[in-house]
Design a protein around this ligand. Structure first.
Ligand SMILES: Cc1cc2nc3c(=O)[nH]c(=O)nc-3n(C[C@H](O)[C@H](O)[C@H](O)COP(=O)(O)O)c2cc1C
Length: 222
């Protein structure tokens, strides 16, 4: 078992790193480890509604920077990860059947689970989900939001595992989604960007951590 202090050390180590050392590149095996923790992340119904574009090309990072509030992280990082939602796949029976087929063996059971998944989407996520039923792409936002939620879990796994290896990161929502999607030639009928995550090694001392106390955010009902 990993001792609690070591785990907490990683949580204290992780911070929103604003400037990375451009001379330091994350070794391939370290980055493969970080990606593996994304792959192993949990997702609702095991749908894994994510895909990851890993950008190390300096020219491409420079082209993206203006669309990311000119944030220094984009160009100074070693690896910039673009996390995409598999928006279309989630409303595609071929994909969803394949994913659910891993959970149960029997064909009838898969069908039952698929129907349950569809009713889950319909009832739980929103009453506005229509694509699955009426194929109206314009009303797809809840599906995107649902996929994005899972993407954030994978992102959190990556940032934490990176910190465990003393690799810095920065979650990034500060970007113009359509512009970045254009620049990366993403077919937004298929997938969309949920968030960006930059990785590298810090230049500056990390700032003091500010957090509310547990008493302020936790309520026990015993
Ligand atoms: C979803 C998300 C999006 C964020 N977007 C940005 C961003 O675009 N640029 C940035 O500098 N920090 C960004 N942050 C970092 C937060 O500001 C930071 O995590 C928060 O202030 C707490 O500080 P700490 O991470 O250093 O502990 C983002 C964080 C999260 C979780």
């Amino acid at each position: 078992m990993i001792d609690k202090d070591s785990i907490l050390e990683a949580y204290y180590f992780r911070h929103a790193c604003k400037v990375f050392d451009t001379d330091k590149k994350i070794p391939n095996d370290e980055f493969a480890f970080i990606l593996e923790t994304a792959r192993l992340s949990p997702s609702s119904f095991g749908m894994e509604p994510w895909r990851f574009i890993v950008i190390t090309d300096p020219e491409l990072k420079a082209r993206l920077k203006p669309h990311c509030w000119h944030q220094e992280q984009v160009t100074s990082c070693s690896h910039l990860v673009v996390i995409l939602t598999k928006t279309a796949a989630i409303t595609n029976d071929t994909y969803t059947t394949k994913m659910l087929g891993r959970l149960v063996k029997d064909k009838k059971e898969v069908e039952g689970l698929l129907n349950f998944f569809k009713s889950f989407l319909k009832e739980k996520i929103t009453r506005f989900v229509t694509r699955y039923f009426y194929k109206k792409f314009t009303e797809d936002r809840p599906i995107y939001e649902w996929c994005a939620r899972q993407c954030y879990i994978a992102a959190s796994s990556m940032a934490t595992s990176a910190a465990m290896r003393e690799i810095d990161s920065c979650f990034m929502e500060g970007f113009k989604k359509e512009k970045v999607e254009d620049a990366l030639d993403i077919d937004t009928d298929q997938e969309e960007i949920a968030l960006l995550l930059a990785f590298g090694y810090r230049v500056n001392e990390q700032p003091k951590k500010h957090r509310l106390s547990l008493e302020e955010i936790v309520e026990f009902k015993e």
